[in-house]
Design a protein around this ligand. Structure first.
Ligand code: NAG
Ligand code: NAG
Ligand code: NAG
Ligand code: NAG
Length: 416
């Protein structure tokens, strides 16, 4: 009561002071009390609500945020295991190494196929005239086939059976990378399937991949059942749920979001990661056994009643953890999931028109939709060295019957 009266008295005095510009000696202790109370309130506030922004730092502290956060109990640090420490130093050193300078830098085109490569003729046309700037590797997991193109003859590596969605798919990818890394001229490594076709000329693809320092791996966070819902606590402590990522992409062309993507009937299925990575990242994949083992053991179909697919989650999660700024977060291989089926759209001969190919090559944004109830849509521009550019260099899936139309249109649609 007394203070309240004093407070009112103080204000009254202040008005008098302002009015008369005199300084009555009585009110100084009052101001000290008010000032001390204000400072105490601020300090208590600062303790209870630690500053989160720089603005808050200016208000609460003269010596910066650090001194203030030191008052708070530190977050408990986890002791790394031997394997983790080993893995961290190796990865960190590879990331710091300057890229090996090659006299004759090449792109490794790595084909993962059950057997036949129906678009060999088209690839032959794509490669023709650029003989010293690429190399081809084929992992034919079911049957060997006769190759009509000289670029594909004798390019098969030793293969093993691949079960789509299981770790054997990641194993095949690693096998292809290991073989391709043997050639020191290979600087960039592209994973392709038998149903992939090129969308641009060789020069365009070569410059797109070589003139940037990032790898193209699709990577996004999906809090829904087909994202984090596949995470297993067994991956702890090395792989935390907050770091779990998936590689998946939805078609996005122009500004209109296809409504079929947003309605409840859409089924979000599994998406292999058709990556394109630089040499340094390929080496890191070779060096990794710790995180690979986590996915091998705890990310598989039927795991604890969930279906987790290692080939869809391992590389996105791994690179998100170790070098997030080194990956583009989209894949340069276009896949059309807009039909919302278990498999992506596969183009038949009559679908393959100049218009279709132009539509695909003009896409310059990526669309990700979460698999939870919110169906949150994330749209991002494809930024290549900071510039918005077309996202895709390759596309799938095409039926073998589409070959003739693709051959006929190739020189036309690839002229940029
Ligand atoms: C890639 O990184 C190397 C080494 O850091 C640098 O010299 C080069 O200019 C970079 N290239 C591009 C295209 O950013
Ligand atoms: C990819 O996403 C991560 C965040 O997950 C971000 O740190 C990184 O900068 C992104 N990459 C590019 C090239 O923008
Ligand atoms: C190409 O894109 C336009 C505009 O989005 C669309 O109207 C048309 O149906 C598309 N054509 C093909 C063949 O996909
Ligand atoms: C490519 O094909 C389209 C459609 O047939 C045609 O309009 C266009 O003129 C052609 N462009 C070239 C460079 O041949």
């Amino acid at each position: 009561m007394k203070t309240a009266q004093g407070w009112r008295f103080g204000i009254a005095n202040m008005q008098i002071v302002n009015g008369s510009r005199q300084r009555p000696p009585l009110k100084r202790p009052m101001w000290i009390i008010v000032l001390v109370s204000l400072v105490s309130v601020l300090l208590i506030g600062a303790y209870v609500y630690p500053p989160r922004s720089y603005a808050a730092c200016y208000v609460f502290s003269t010596s910066g945020c650090k001194s203030l956060s030191e008052w708070l109990p530190p977050a408990p640090a986890r002791a790394f295991t031997d394997e983790e420490i080993t893995s961290r130093v190796v990865i960190s050193d590879i990331l710091k190494m300057p890229p090996i300078q090659s006299e004759n830098p090449k792109i490794a085109f790595m084909f993962l196929t059950p057997g036949l490569l129906p678009f060999e003729k088209l690839w032959d046309k794509f490669f023709h005239g650029h003989e010293d700037r690429f190399s081809v590797y084929i992992h034919a997991s079911r049957e060997k086939s006769v190759h009509m193109s000289r670029y594909f003859a004798d390019r098969e590596i030793r293969s093993e059976k691949v079960n789509w969605g299981k770790i054997s798919m990641v194993d095949a990818e690693r096998r292809l990378l290991a073989n391709a890394l043997e050639d020191p001229d290979n600087q960039h490594f592209v994973l392709l399937s038998d149903s992939c076709v090129p969308l641009h000329s060789f020069d365009y693809v070569y410059n797109y991949l070589m003139d940037t320092n990032i790898s193209f791996i699709d990577c996004f966070e999906d809090p829904g059942p087909h994202g984090n819902g596949r995470y297993s606590e067994h991956m702890m402590p090395e792989v935390e749920k907050k770091d779990f990522r998936k590689g998946a992409q939805k078609r996005f062309s122009g500004m209109a979001i296809q409504t079929s993507l947003l309605d409840g009937s859409h089924r979000f299925s599994r998406h292999e990661t058709w990556f394109s990575i630089k040499r340094q990242h390929a080496l890191i994949v070779m060096a990794d056994s710790l995180y690979y083992s986590k996915f091998k053991l705890y990310c598989k179909p039927g795991m604890e009643g969930r279906n987790c697919y290692a080939d869809e989650h391992y590389l996105p999660t791994f690179f998100h953890m170790i070098n997030p700024s080194g990956i583009a977060n989209w894949s340069v291989t276009h896949v059309d999931w807009s039909e919302g089926k278990w498999h992506p759209k596969a183009y038949r001969a009559q679908d393959v028109t100049y218009e279709l190919l132009k539509n695909i090559t003009s896409i310059d944004m990526t669309l990700h939709v979460t698999s939870d109830e919110k169906k949150e849509v994330q749209i991002r521009p494809c930024l290549w060295n900071g510039l918005q550019r077309p996202c895709y260099l390759f596309a799938r899936k095409f039926y073998p019957e589409a070959l003739d139309n693709l051959m006929y249109l190739f020189s036309n649609y690839t002229t940029v």
